[in-house]
Design a protein around this ligand. Structure first.
Ligand code: N01
Length: 513
C-alpha cells in the first residue's frame, strides 16, 4: 500500500501491528487529536490474525455482535458467528472509513526498538529505515507467530507442509492423503472442511478437547434491517450477549462444578454424532471443561466419524519423507501435512526485539522474572512502552475486542496525562507491577486453568498462567479506565522525579496527586 513512502524521522507514538488492536489504537489516537503517530505492519493489509488465518472453515467462536468495535457496530453480519472473510472485510472497511490509513506503513518489519536513556526516546530500527518515537505501543498480538512442532524428521518431509495460519491455497488436497497434527480451535474448523475432498485424512490428537454445540445461524432479512435502522436495538442485543458471556466467568475462576451443564452438553455432542464406542472414548477429554479453551462445533465429531477419516491417538515418533510413524511403529503415508499446532503465546516474540532502560531485552528480563506486566500494559525498566493484548489480558469466554478497547483507553489516558503534566516518561514502579502480578497469580490458584488437570498454552514452562485474565472483563475495564500515575515513576522536563531520588518532592507529590 503506502509502504514506499519514507518514514518520518520522529513520531510521538509508534504502534507495532495493524490488527484489531493496532487499528483501534490509531483510530482512538486520531479522535483524541494525537495525530503524530505511525503504525508499522509487516503484512500487506490490516487485520492481523484475521488476515493471516485463511484456512478452510476459519470462523470466529465469539458472537459477531460482540466481536466488533463498540464504535463501529456492523449491521450487516450475515451470521451469529462470522466466517473469517467477513471479519477481515469488516476490519478493512473500518480502516478505510477511519481516515487514518495515511499513517500506516505496510510490509515493514520492526527489527528492534531500543530505549535511549539520554534522549528519552525509543530508537526504532525497521526494515524500511530508522526513526525515533516518544512512545511505543506494541499491538503485535498473542496469536501472530505460528508454533511449529518439534518432531523428529519433520524437515525431511518431501510433500507439502504448512501451518494452519499460513494456509497454502495453491496446495490441492482433493484426492490426496492428508494429515492434520493438532486438535485445537483451528484444527476442529479445518478438518470438517477438508474431509469432504481429501481421499484420506489422519487427524493426530495429543489431547482430546471439549467441544460444545455451535449455536450458529444466518440472520434473517428482518433482523438485518432492524440492525441497520435501529442501532439502539443492535446495541441492546450486543449488551445482552456481553452479559450472557460474563455469566461464564465464575465457572472458570471460582468453581468448575458450575460448568456442569456445559460439560453435559459437550458429552451429549459426542454421543449425538459418534456411535462407535472406541471413537467416543478417544474423543472424551480427561480434564475439567474450561481447563483448555472450550471449542464449539457441530461438524467436528461427524467429520471424525467419516469413513475416510482416522483419529490417531498414538504419539507421533517421527516424520519420514513420505509419512508419519507413531510410537507403536505404524507408518501412515501422507501427501500433505497440515500442522495446526498453535502459536507462541507465553513467550511473546516481540519481547526479543525491545531493549529497555537497563540495556537488556524484554525477553531477557522475562526469562528471569517470568512474563509479567502492570495491568497487562506496561513493564518496569521499559519507559513509555505500552502493550495491547499484553500479559494476562487474554480471555477464555468473551470478546478480545472488549479487552483491546479497555487497554486502548488506558494508553490514551496515559498520553493525555503525559501531555497535561508535561511528563517525558512514565514507567511502572517495580513494586506495583509485582503486587499486581502477585494478586493475579493468587487468583489463578483456584481457577480451572490451574486445577482442571490439563496442560495448555495458557501456562508457561513453570506452570504460571501468563496469558489469561482471571476476573470479569468489566473489572478489567474499571481497573484500566484511568491512567493511575501514582503507580508510575514519572519524569518531567528531564528532571528525575523517581521515588526516593527526587530533588523536588513537592512537584512529585503534585504529579502523583
Ligand atoms: O492452537 P492450539 P489453535 N504433537 O494451541 C496440538 C484462537 N483461535 O491454532 O492439546 C502433536 O489451541 C495441541 O495438543 P495439546 C483461540 O484462542 C480462535 O488451534 O497441547 N500435537 C493442540 O491440539 C485458540 O485457542 C478461533 O496436547 C501437538 C493443537 O496442536 C488459539 O487461537 C479459531 C503438538 C494446538 O492447539 C490457538 O488455536 C482458531 C505436537 N508436537 C483459533 N504441538 C476462533 O474461532 C501441539 N499440538 C476465534
Amino acid at each position: 500500500m503506502n509502504s514506499e513512502r519514507p518514514l518520518p524521522v520522529h513520531v510521538s507514538t509508534f504502534v507495532i501491528g495493524a490488527g484489531f488492536a493496532g487499528l483501534a489504537m490509531a483510530i482512538r489516537l486520531d479522535e483524541a487529536g494525537e495525530r503524530n503517530f505511525l503504525v508499522a505492519e509487516r503484512g500487506d493489509d490490516v487485520g492481523g490474525t484475521w488476515r493471516d488465518n485463511t484456512y478452510p472453515g476459519a470462523a470466529c467462536d465469539v458472537p459477531s455482535q460482540l466481536y466488533s468495535y463498540s464504535f463501529a457496530l456492523n449491521p450487516t453480519w450475515s451470521r451469529s458467528f462470522s466466517p473469517q472473510p467477513e471479519i477481515q472485510a469488516y476490519i478493512r472497511r473500518v480502516a478505510d472509513d477511519s481516515g487514518v490509513l495515511d499513517r500506516f506503513r505496510f510490509g515493514i518489519d520492526v527489527e528492534h526498538a531500543t530505549w535511549d536513556e539520554e534522549r528519552q526516546v525509543w530508537q526504532v530500527r525497521t526494515s524500511a529505515g530508522d526513526l525515533t518515537a516518544d512512545v511505543v505501543v506494541t499491538a503485535a498480538g498473542a496469536l501472530s507467530e505460528p508454533k511449529l512442532p518439534e518432531i523428529d524428521g519433520i524437515g525431511s518431509f518431501a510433500g507439502e507442509v504448512f501451518h494452519s495460519a499460513r494456509w497454502d491455497h495453491d496446495a490441492d488436497l482433493s484426492g490426496k492423503r492428508v494429515a492434520v497434527i493438532g486438535t485445537g480451535a483451528s484444527a476442529i474448523q479445518i478438518v470438517p472442511e477438508i474431509a469432504r475432498t481429501v481421499e484420506h485424512l489422519d487427524v493426530y490428537q495429543r489431547t482430546a478437547p471439549w467441544v460444545m454445540p455451535r449455536h450458529d445461524r444466518a440472520y434473517t432479512g428482518v433482523e438485518k434491517l432492524a440492525f441497520k435502522h435501529l442501532p439502539g436495538l443492535q446495541r441492546l442485543y450486543r449488551t445482552a450477549i456481553y452479559w450472557g458471556r460474563e455469566c461464564f466467568v465464575p465457572a472458570f475462576v471460582i468453581n468448575p462444578k458450575i460448568a456442569l451443564p456445559a460439560k453435559k452438553a459437550a458429552q451429549a455432542n459426542i454421543t449425538r454424532h459418534i456411535s462407535d464406542p472406541e471413537l467416543r472414548r478417544k474423543v472424551t477429554p480427561n480434564f475439567e471443561i474450561g481447563c483448555k479453551r472450550i471449542l464449539i462445533s457441530n461438524t467436528w465429531y461427524p467429520a471424525l466419524a467419516q469413513d475416510n477419516v482416522d483419529l490417531v491417538t498414538d504419539r507421533i515418533a517421527r516424520v519420514t519423507p513420505t509419512g508419519i510413524v507413531t510410537e507403536d511403529g505404524t507408518e501412515r503415508d501422507v501427501d500433505v501435512l497440515v500442522v495446526a499446532t498453535g502459536f507462541h503465546t507465553t513467550d511473546l516474540p516481540v519481547a526479543h526485539h525491545i531493549t529497555g532502560r537497563e540495556g537488556h531485552t524484554l525477553a531477557d528480563q522475562w526469562a528471569e522474572t517470568g512474563v509479567s506486566a502492570y495491568k497487562g500494559a506496561t513493564v518496569s525498566g521499559f519507559p513509555n512502552l505500552f502493550f495491547l493484548v499484553g500479559p494476562n489480558t487474554g480471555l477464555g469466554h468473551s470478546s478480545m475486542v472488549f479487552m483491546i478497547e479497555s487497554q486502548v483507553a488506558y494508553v490514551l489516558d496515559a498520553l493525555r496525562t503525559m501531555r497535561e503534566r508535561d511528563l517525558v516518561t512514565v514507567e511502572p514502579k517495580r513494586g506495583e507491577q509485582d503486587a499486581w502480578n502477585a494478586d493475579l497469580q493468587r487468583r489463578m490458584e483456584r481457577t480451572v486453568w490451574h486445577r482442571g488437570g490439563c496442560s495448555s498454552w495458557y501456562l508457561d514452562e513453570h506452570g504460571r498462567n501468563v496469558t489469561l485474565w482471571p476476573r470479569t472483563t468489566f473489572a478489567f475495564r474499571r481497573l484500566t479506565r484511568v491512567f493511575d500515575a501514582t503507580a508510575y515513576h514519572l519524569v518531567a522536563d528531564n528532571e528525575t522525579l523517581r521515588d526516593g531520588r527526587t530533588d523536588t518532592p513537592d512537584e512529585l507529590q503534585e504529579l502523583n496527586a
